[in-house]
Design a protein around this ligand. Structure first.
Ligand code: ASP
Ligand code: MG
Length: 424
């Protein structure tokens, strides 16, 4: 079994969906589990639905839902299938948007993160429904799977943690029942189910890569391919750096490091399960599927990897100080990290001095505000937002000087092979 993952950009329009089908056609004799994200910018739009729902702006909320309905209908109208097939696919897809409208008629309750997951999951449910319908209509028979029947998590909504034992048992059962079809199986990325409540959960933005890796691990897949709009893993974002170039081969370790620091090409949690089982990960272009892309694999030989630049925008520095000039030590740190963990906030960088402690995190008010509320009774807290975190790996001095010139360095940290700057 191979696992393929197609992200939102690859299925943003009818041409993309038809291209996905062409790519599957290049592997006629393979069993493939296809993991798909929401189409185009659907998840962002669903976030607007949630926002307007929570701010009681019902007309806006409905408008966003209807725009999403229209976008998906237009996409279906662009698919090369019969009128009748289009009509039926539109009708069945409409059902999801009707459900969404029903959902937002109820008042939003206070648990934002829980409600967020119930709504945002529709992006993946709709995209897999449409793709499955299109493939069936064109003779590529396939099996549609509901990821929530397999991927079991805890209830950290928006950043749910996998319950591996149950997930493994579910996926093994699926394989043992012979229910995984020879040929094409289709499943949503990003979504799962809370073991206790049965509510829908999500694995964090861009989490579909991780879903691919979860299924690959539990199935003992031959390999995983992430189909992207870039030729492979690049050493910098080509939109920001014209000199960006493709890396042909990476070790699991290097890939883990790069994604840990925020290289957005692969979701950071993706690599570990694959590494554990030695499953190769290919990152290839859905625009040039004949090209080899990048392979991430076990490498025993020492390699010199190219200099690599990772940029994270919209960052915030939070500084903590004790009220009485005592040290910010173990007790306060355990409070801080306990709350970060509870809220699923990742400290991209942390730095200690005698009486203060600073972290750099994504500036996400829905997570930061509850965090600050929990900490402020105990410590003095200051924040500065609107910052950028730069990470350089295997850097040269020249690159580094060029990067920081003319900017204010608020935090700097060096570890082996890596230097990080938070710049204003
Ligand atoms: N659709 C989700 C997102 O945009 C998950 C993913 O794309 O991997 O974050
Ligand atoms: Mg996406």
């Amino acid at each position: 079994m191979k696992v393929f993952k197609f992200g939102g950009a690859s299925v943003k329009d009818a041409a993309g969906v038809m291209n996905l089908s062409r790519i599957l056609g290049l592997f006629p004799n393979e069993s493939i589990l296809v993991v798909v994200s929401a189409m185009g910018k659907t998840t962002n739009k669903l976030e607007l639905v949630i926002q307007s729902w929570f701010t009681q702006q019902l007309p806006e909320c409905i408008e966003h839902i209807e725009e999403l309905r229209f976008y998906h209908q237009e996409l279906i109208r662009g698919l090369e299938i019969t009128r009748q097939q289009q009509f039926e696919l539109i009708k069945s897809t409409d059902g999801f948007f009707d459900q969404l409208r029903e959902l937002v008629k109820k008042p939003s309750n206070t648990n934002y993160n829980l409600q967020y997951d119930q709504i945002v999951a529709y992006g993946e449910l709709v995209s897999t429904h449409i793709i499955s319908g299109y493939l069936n209509a064109t003779g590529a028979s396939n099996r549609w799977l509901d990821a929530r029947e397999f991927v079991v998590t805890n209830d950290t909504y928006r950043d749910a943690r996998i319950q591996w034992q149950q997930t493994q048992a579910n996926i093994s059962q699926l394989a043992a029942d012979g229910k995984l079809k020879d040929g094409i199986n289709l499943v949503q990325g990003f979504i799962g189910r809370d073991a206790l409540s049965g509510n829908t959960t999500t694995l964090g933005r861009e989490g579909s890569d991780f879903t691919a890796s979860i299924f690959a691990y539990c199935l003992g897949a031959a390999d995983v391919t992430i189909w992207k709009d870039v030729p492979g893993v690049l050493n910098a974002d080509p939109k920001l750096f014209p000199f960006a170039e493709k890396i042909d081969e990476l070790s699991y370790e290097e890939a883990v490091e790069m994604t840990y620091y925020g290289a957005s090409v692969i979701h950071p949690k993706t690599i570990k399960p694959l590494q554990n089982k030695g499953i190769r990960l290919y990152v290839r272009s859905f625009l040039q599927p004949e090209q080899p892309g990048t392979v991430i694999r076990q490498m025993d030989e020492i390699r010199k990897f190219p200099a690599c630049i990772i940029v994270k925008k919209n960052q915030m520095i939070i500084s903590f100080a004790s009220r009485d000039f005592s040290f910010v030590a173990e007790e306060s740190l355990s409070l801080i990290f306990g709350e970060l963990y509870k809220l699923g906030i990742k400290a991209h960088l942390s730095q200690n001095s005698a009486i203060s402690f600073r972290i750099c995190v994504d500036d996400d008010p829905f997570k930061i505000n509850p965090f600050l509320e929990a900490i402020q009774p105990h410590l003095d807290v200051q924040t500065e937002g609107g910052l950028t975190l730069w990470t350089l790996r295997h850097q040269s001095d020249k690159l580094e000087k060029g990067l920081i010139s003319g900017k204010t360095v608020l935090l700097e940290q060096r570890v082996k092979h890596t230097v990080q700057y938070v710049l204003r």
